[in-house]
Design a protein around this ligand. Structure first.
Ligand code: COA
Length: 144
């Protein structure tokens, strides 16, 4: 499969490809667009990208929340590359980086339809269902 995972940020040329991936996988299917959102939080995020032949095929972002906690967000893999372990590779890269950076806990907002993805990586569901981007979500967390 020859997939490489690397760390980048908003300042690199890869940002446009990550934007297109997030738009295609996380917004367009919901009838939404990143164009209508404030993406200023991206400035303080670390971007993890999976690439195949120079093309971004998956991404996840890490946002510092406090001295001990980061939020995993914008987790997306293009449809044709799903189910092949790319998402797991990205989450593992984020977890390793977070641990090396001294963080102790990862939190996230999981879409209800992908709870199983995060549960397979030992994230724990916390609290009641809530709605975000118009669809049901759950808070999840993992101590690392
Ligand atoms: C959710 C998503 C990121 C998973 O990425 P992926 O590359 O397809 O996942 P992987 O192949 O690495 O799967 C890792 C594990 O999670 C499981 N898994 C993946 N998607 C799942 C789902 N929707 N429901 C339940 N389990 C799932 C896999 O079976 C696999 O388990 P295994 O290793 O025990 O076989 C990807 O399907 C996606 O982009 N979906 C659309 C966008 C989305 O919903 N993002 C999450 C927002 S919170």
């Amino acid at each position: 499969m020859n997939i490489s995972v690397s760390i980048t940020d908003q300042s690199t040329p890869k940002y446009q490809q990550v934007w297109e991936l997030r738009e295609a996988i996380l917004r367009i299917p919901l009838g939404l667009s990143l164009r209508n959102e404030d993406l200023s939080r991206d400035n303080i995020n670390t971007f993890f990208i999976a690439e195949q032949e120079g093309q971004v095929i998956g991404c996840v972002l890490m946002e510092p929340k406090d001295a001990e906690t980061v939020q995993l967000r914008a987790m997306a893999v293009y449809n044709e590359h799903q189910g092949k372990g790319v998402g797991r590779l990205l989450v593992q890269a984020l977890e390793e980086h977070a641990a090396q950076s001294g963080y102790k806990k990862i939190i996230l907002h999981a879409r209800k339809v992908v709870l199983g993805f995060y549960k397979s990586m030992d994230y724990r569901q916390v609290g009641d269902e809530f709605v975000e981007v118009g669809i049901p979500h759950y808070h999840m967390q993992k101590v690392i």
